[in-house]
Design a protein around this ligand. Sequence first.
Ligand code: FAD
Length: 400
Amino acid sequence: MTGNVAERNRRSEPELTLTSPFMTPERVAFRRDLGRFIATEIAPNIEEWERDHAVPWALHEKVARFGVFGFGVDEAYGGMGFDDAFMRCDYAELMFGCGASGVAAAVGGRMISIGPIAQLAPETFRREVLPEIIAGRMSSALAITEPGGGSDVASLTTRAERTEAGWVLNGAKAYITSGMTSRWFVVGARTGGPGPAGISLFLVEAGTPGFSRSPLEGKMGWHCSDQASLFFDNCELPPEALIGPENRGFLSIMNNFNYERLAMAAGCLGMMKLCYGAALDWARERRTFGQKLIEHQVIAHKFAEMSARIDMLETYLDRICWTINQGGMPVAEISKAKFSATKALEYVASESMQVFGGVSYIRGNPVERVWREVKVMAIGGGSEEIMRDLAARQMGLAGQ
Ligand SMILES: Cc1cc2nc3c(=O)[nH]c(=O)nc-3n(C[C@H](O)[C@H](O)[C@H](O)COP(=O)(O)OP(=O)(O)OC[C@H]3O[C@@H](n4cnc5c(N)ncnc54)[C@H](O)[C@@H]3O)c2cc1C
């Protein structure tokens, strides 16, 4: 195999032999069509978009045509009118595994704000604006993390004070995905006393006086997606900017995390399959000591181990998705899936790089990019430490 980038991006599908009993004809078609779209419209452009630090806006609308931003949202608001945890995961797996998981963040950043908007925003907003967001013509973002901390959501300090005209917002948010390109923001702010019982959610439009933002520079990965710092300086909001009951926003934030974490675990699966496939192609062609790499037992064992971790995550996600589709929300399992997925991703990315050898250290190698994307998966949306803590609490092993 040459060192040519296009050739290095060619990859085998992981040779997984287990058939999922949860695979329906609809899912097969969805995965096939989305997979073809990614292969023709996304994969060939990744290097350029990463260099440009953006994806073209048209991509938002093209991806939206698969209906993926409308899972769990009523058709009256532009949604699919049904939910399916499996298809949510199919989407995340394929998009995060496209070759640059920043593409998934760039177009999918809106997804973590759509739940709160669909459930809590005023009816006129849901009828007039939400369809635009779901159709990819407009973007939205979720702003919870602050410069002072992200893990301890219950201690957030951005403050909303009630006034005669509505609300006035003061504070700052950090690392907000799609923060520069979004028009609408779901913002967590303190309206009551300390702790989780004093937090509410607000819908804030870009351009509101007192609201400014600046791009996050110097990221390790996710180059084609945008993250921003948001600043609220006596930002005046109308009364209806408060969405959901006052001081009850914490629960909404926690519920919303479930789908974000599930999607991130499925995203890790896609990234692991990408690494595995790329490394396997390489191992089948590269020769050392008179043999193909794959013919060295030590290397073959790496693939056995990587494949086992991929199988385990995929199987675990199937069980979680099945439970969700039955009406459950297995928070402990989602937390365990997220931290075990990011640990498995770290392992698979590392071992795949090892298989590639020196060429893995060069920009343009698909595994090199995944390596730079591991930590955002392990920290964002609830870090490994916080996920273990939440799982332990849910399992009754630690203080509730
Ligand atoms: C690229 C990117 C995109 C992001 N997008 C968004 C977004 O769209 N919206 C948004 O709101 N946020 C977003 N985030 C923020 C992300 O969710 C936070 O970075 C994450 O929740 C961790 O918060 P922190 O960085 O403030 O770390 P901290 O909370 O300061 O934690 C630092 C470290 O200490 C550990 N730690 C903290 N508390 C404990 C404890 N009790 N026990 C053990 N260990 C602990 C953490 O696990 C972490 O490893 C994004 C972050 C990144 C990097």
